[in-house]
Ligand binder design. Structure first.
Ligand SMILES: NC(=O)c1ccc[n+]([C@@H]2O[C@H](COP(=O)([O-])OP(=O)(O)OC[C@H]3O[C@@H](n4cnc5c(N)ncnc54)[C@H](OP(=O)(O)O)[C@@H]3O)[C@@H](O)[C@H]2O)c1
Length: 228
């Protein structure tokens, strides 16, 4: 069974304003999340690692905070109810950022008593050795961060999209536990919408799922997954 909850960002539920930290807010997915949350009743705390990025995320509706995942992040996490992790090394330092940076934020979230942690992961992270050699370290780093989150005691949801595109979002997806690494792609805007929409469903706490472009409206796809 699923039920929507007070995190709803579409105004249909009793609004409870939450402070939601977006790690990687200046990234391509992160900017969509910042904009979507900036239009909601919630506070979008937009974590960037460079002062020069603050105006841009503020224009999207975020409240900027400067922090680096490889350093102290306590000030960014303080007072947050929810964290959405949308950061990534872009392949430059997968163990330092995609794994250890995520772990650093998970630890800070645990210490600060954050209610919920949503992780942007990747298809293929369930079996890094099965993917292309070029992606093995990245997928291993993502898998280890995901596993650390599972063991953290935090209320988590792990979302694993296929290849990301910059096409305009259409608001529909395919969802499943194991769709596969090469099965297709998905616009970043729809990934952002899905990450934000997970907060509407308590039944997604403790769940890991994959998403691609598809035909189901995001809310209906999540409800279907919850009802399984
Ligand atoms: N590409 C794909 O096809 C694909 C598929 C599935 C999943 N994913 C996952 O989706 C994630 C987001 O994708 P995207 O396209 O939005 O990536 P992106 O545009 O490269 O954004 C990543 C963001 O993370 C930030 N970041 C990097 N290192 C950081 C650090 N040490 N501390 C704080 N922030 C840091 C970057 O900051 P700067 O702006 O300062 O560089 C950037 O804003 C990827 O990282 C990947 O894990 C990607």
């Amino acid at each position: 069974m699923f039920r929507r909850n007070s995190y709803g960002v579409d105004g249909r539920n009793a609004p409870v304003t939450r402070t939601i930290l977006i790690a990687g807010a200046h990234g391509q997915v992160g900017q969509h999340i910042t904009e979507q949350l900036g239009e909601s009743e919630h506070t979008a705390r937009a974590m960037v690692r460079d002062d020069s990025q603050t105006d841009e995320v503020a224009d999207l509706g975020g409240e900027p905070v400067v922090a680096d995942l490889t350093a102290d992040v306590d000030h960014a996490v303080e007072g947050c109810d929810v964290i959405i992790f949308a950061a990534g090394s872009g392949g430059e330092d997968v163990y330092g950022v995609d794994r250890d940076g995520a772990i650093n934020l998970i630890d800070a979230a645990s210490e600060a008593g954050v209610d919920r942690f949503v992780m942007l992961s990747s298809t293929g992270a369930d079996d890094p050795e099965a993917g292309p050699d070029a992606l093995e370290d990245y997928l291993t780093a993502k898998a280890e961060a995901d596993e650390y989150l599972r063991q953290s005691g935090l209320d988590y949801t792990i979302v694993r999209p296929g290849e990301l595109t910059n096409d305009s979002g259409v608001g529909t997806i395919e969802i499943g536990e194991d769709i596969g690494l090469d099965a297709g792609d998905i616009p970043r805007e729809d990934v952002a919408r899905t990450l934000v929409a997970t907060l509407d469903y308590d039944a997604l706490i403790g769940e890991t799922f994959e998403i691609l472009s598809g035909d189901e409206p995001i809310g209906e796809a999540l409800e279907w997954f919850c009802s399984q």
